[in-house]
Design a protein around this ligand. Structure first.
Ligand SMILES: [Ca+2]
Ligand SMILES: [Ca+2]
Ligand SMILES: [Ca+2]
Length: 305
């Protein structure tokens, strides 16, 4: 959950920088950025995730290529290449998340190549153990997130995929069993966001349905698991982030509309699984940026192919 909130804060900052502010967003605090220190990545790097992988107190970056490459941070915005670890057979991962899955104090990795979900335990020095593979109940994986869904529990996994979404429950040692499975038709689930939407201390789950043009909000009831609490029609709702964008203490939801990222929906939360009417923020093209930088839909591959 920490990682998702960090992403949300980053998305909020990027929105302010990139987008034409509407009346509602104009009240947000203005931010500025120093010149960016670009980090050259190994060719073919797919997914990235941020955590302190060597325990020195500074956030690091793990990038998935044919191997897992860690870049150690110095807290000043500089990163230096660290060790490599074997990654997934046949190539890198397209999706990554991080959390301490086995409770040893070291961040671990969750990865997916869109077909399977993999867990790699961290060794505490920037290297990782060989991946353990999990077959999904939803015919693959389009989006994933990691957070403890149960009080005092170790992080669980939530996966969205071609035929719906599901949870994997952590037994406390980083071994997972299939939890709840929610079929979604016709488009399945696209992305996952986890956060406490009603302030009861239990993380709730939001699933975007991509071409299904809906986001569905599931309440974490504790003993009775996750239950649908609300669904909101949003045309082509793809990638999401949760964060408190207006500082009222209630989580808000940012959703990219279409795979071309042409605009973003901002939904200010009411703290009870409902949201205010979406604010639509159009993307503003930066100088020297191509007119269209379209992202290709993720391949819809079936298991075993
Ligand atoms: Ca570090
Ligand atoms: Ca660990
Ligand atoms: Ca808010």
């Amino acid at each position: 959950m920490v990682q998702r909130l960090t992403c949300a804060e980053l998305l909020c900052s990027l929105l302010i920088l990139l987008c034409s502010p509407t009346e509602s967003l104009a009240a947000l605090p203005q931010v500025s950025f120093r010149a960016r220190p670009d980090l050259p990545l190994r060719a073919g790097s797919g997914a990235l995730v941020v955590a302190d992988f060597n325990g020195d107190g500074y956030l690091d970056i793990a990038a998935s290529v044919d191997q897992i490459q860690v870049y150690f941070g110095d807290s000043k915005g500089h990163f230096s290449p660290g060790p490599l670890s074997p990654s997934l057979q046949g190539g890198g991962a397209s999706l990554m998340a991080s959390g301490d899955l086995n409770g040893d104090g070291t961040p671990d990795l969750v990865l997916s190549d869109h077909n399977y979900v993999y867990v790699m335990f961290g060794n505490g020095d920037g290297t990782f153990q060989a991946p353990a593979k999990y077959t999904t109940s939803i015919n693959g994986c389009y989006g994933l997130a990691v957070a403890p869904l149960r009080p005092q529990g170790k992080p669980d996994m939530v996966i969205a995929g071609p035929t719906g979404w599901q949870t994997y429950i952590n037994n406390g040692t980083g071994q997972f069993s299939t939890g709840q499975v929610f079929p979604l038709a016709p488009s399945g689930g696209w992305d996952v966001a986890i956060g406490d939407l009603n302030g009861d201390g239990l993380p709730d789950v939001v699933i975007s349905e991509g071409a299904g043009s809906r986001v569905a909000i599931y309440k974490n009831t504790g003993a009775k698991g996750l239950q649908l609490a609300n669904s909101i029609a949003l045309s082509e709702a793809y990638f999401m982030a949760l964060g408190d964008l207006n500082g009222d203490g209630k989580l808000d939801l940012a959703v990219t509309a279409s795979l071309a990222f042409e605009f973003v929906y901002i939904l200010f939360g009411n703290g009870d699984f409902t949201f205010q009417k979406p604010v639509v923020v159009k993307r503003r093209r930066l100088p020297n940026q191509p007119a269209h930088r379209r992202f290709q839909p993720r391949p819809h591959r079936r298991l075993g192919h």
